[in-house]
Design a protein around this ligand. Sequence first.
Ligand code: FMN
Length: 162
Amino acid sequence: MNEEVFFPDDKFIISKTDKKGNVTYGNELFVSISGYGTQEIMGKPHSILRHSDMPKIIFKKLWEELQAGREIFAYVKNKTKDGNYYWVIAFVTPSYDHKGNLLEYFSVRRKPEKSVIKNIIEPLYKELLSLENKGGVSASSTYLNSLLQTKGMTYEQFIFSL
Ligand SMILES: Cc1cc2nc3c(=O)[nH]c(=O)nc-3n(C[C@H](O)[C@H](O)[C@H](O)COP(=O)(O)O)c2cc1C
C-alpha cells in the first residue's frame, strides 16, 4: 500500500477511451501495472485510476483541451488496484474519422524524470490540492495561471520546459 511502482524507461502505457472517458483499450502494460484484470478495467471510467493526490485543475485542463480538439501533456499520479501508485507523463489526444467526427481519446504515457516529479510536480500539485481544499478549483486555477504568467509561459511551454 502506498508504494511507488515503476515501469521500464523504454515502455509505453497506452489506453483509449470513448467520448465519455470510459476505457475501451489498454495495452498489456496498462493492464498489468493497474493491478486490474482486463475484463475488470474495460468499460470502466478512466478515473478508476485517479489518485487522491491529483489536483482537479489538471483534469479540468485536460478535458478542456480535448474538447477543444487539442492534445495535451500532463504529469499524472495514478493509483493501482492495491493502493500503490505510479507517475507518468501522459500525452492525450482526441482522434477523428475522415469527416472530422470525434471517435475516441487516446493516451500514451512514459516514465517521467524522477527529479522533475520530486522537485517540481509534487510540490506544485500539493499546493494546488491544498488551494482546492480551501477555495475549490477556481483557487487552484488562479494560482496556476499566475504561476504561468510569472514565468511568461503557456501551460504547454511550462510542461516542455521541465
Ligand atoms: C484518453 C484518456 C486517458 C486518461 N488517463 C487518465 C489516467 O491515466 N489517470 C487518471 O486519473 N485520469 C485519466 N484520465 C482522466 C479521467 O477521465 C478523469 O477525468 C480523471 O480521472 C478525474 O476524474 P473525475 O473527472 O471523475 O474527477 C484520462 C482521460 C482520457 C480521455
